[in-house]
Design a binder for this molecule. Structure first.
Ligand SMILES: [Zn+2]
Length: 330
């Protein structure tokens, strides 16, 4: 129990600090969506239909077997779009509405925070989104956001997937996989950050701009071990700017050296969907008030698109470069 002497579990001292806090940064991981019922496929033994899920989340896997990788992502899209935002997503969305100087950096690609009504300008999905798809042609930059179609092509319809989870998925001809509606040539790919790819620079720069604007009062580490980049880096940066750190996670005992930061100020072990509405209550009010504030708490934002065929290839989507500390997950 390495944290007990440093990490009070008393929500009252947290709430006292929360109401005084102006600039707040939240880091979110898979635990945020746990009570929405989504599998993460992470860690040892993360299998999808007998395949190591992590081995499917690379540009190399997509080039080698786009049929298999698209079926993996199609299944994840269907699961994510069928899931509902939980009380933790709503609580963070409400805190964002109440405090315009609160930003959320999320590693989750499930899109549940946007659907909860989290203001998009205060949300940084650094690993992309399952609802984003983009053209792979080096001559095209077409990207579609908020695409919540359950089946991007007839071949990817849920009914085409074998019910037996040990059964191999069928091999889908490339022409039956999603293709770009703009250039008509490129295959579309999931708009998530794969292993060996860099995180989106524009988002990272926006986060850095926010960090540079002044002291930070509070860092919320939610549903993530905080040991992986970029979460680990941001915890240290926030502490360096004066922030107190609160960790909300199921697995606190397994994480003795949170992000290289050996002390957290508060540790709340358990389900984020139960803890966040409680500890944020002084700002967001009751969950009834949160629902009233947010209105429809399961929105599917309208589809938007950008880009298209380009002649200057310096602006294209680079799907292959990037290694090192900017490496993402999926
Ligand atoms: Zn295209």
């Amino acid at each position: 129990m390495p944290y007990i002497e440093h990490g009070p579990t008393d929500p009252h001292t947290f709430k006292t600090h929360l109401v005084k806090s102006k600039r707040i940064l939240a880091l979110c991981g898979a635990g945020l969506s746990a009570s929405s019922g989504l599998a993460t496929f992470r860690g040892a033994g993360g299998l999808w239909r007998t395949h190591d899920a992590m081995s499917l989340a690379t540009p190399q896997a997509f080039v080698k077997d786009p049929s298999l990788v698209w079926q993996f992502y199609s299944a994840r899209r269907q699961a994510a779009f069928s899931a509902k935002p939980n009380a933790a997503h709503l609580a963070l969305a409400a805190l964002s509405v109440k405090n315009k100087d609160f930003i959320t950096v999320t590693q989750n690609v499930d899109g549940l925070s946007p659907r909860a009504g989290h203001p998009p300008e205060q949300l940084y999905p650094v690993h992309g989104s399952l609802s984003t798809i983009k053209c792979t042609s080096i001559f095209c930059s077409y990207t579609e956001h908020n695409n919540f179609d359950m089946a991007l092509t007839p071949a990817l319809a849920p009914s085409r997937t074998p019910a037996d989870v040990d059964a191999q998925p069928p091999t889908i001809p490339v022409l039956d996989l999603p293709h770009c509606p703009k250039c008509g040539i490129g295959m579309m790919r999931p708009g998530v950050v794969w292993f060996n790819e860099t995180l989106p620079n524009d988002l990272l720069e926006s986060i850095d701009d926010w960090i540079d604007q002044g002291p930070i009062d509070l860092c919320l580490v939610i549903g993530t071990t905080g040991q992986v980049w970029p979460a680990a880096g941001y915890i240290g940066i926030c502490k360096g700017k004066g922030a107190k750190v609160a960790v909300i996670n199921m697995e606190i005992d397994d994480d003795p050296h949170l992000g290289g930061v050996n002390t957290a100020d508060w540790l709340f072990k358990g389900d984020c969907a139960q803890i966040l509405p409680d500890i944020l209550e002084p700002i967001i009010g009751s969950m009834d008030e949160v629902r009233e504030l947010l209105g429809d708490t399961d929105k599917f934002p309208a589809t938007t698109s950008s880009g298209g065929p380009v002649t200057d290839t310096s602006n294209n989507n680079d799907t292959t470069s990037g290694t090192g500390e900017g490496t993402g997950y999926y």
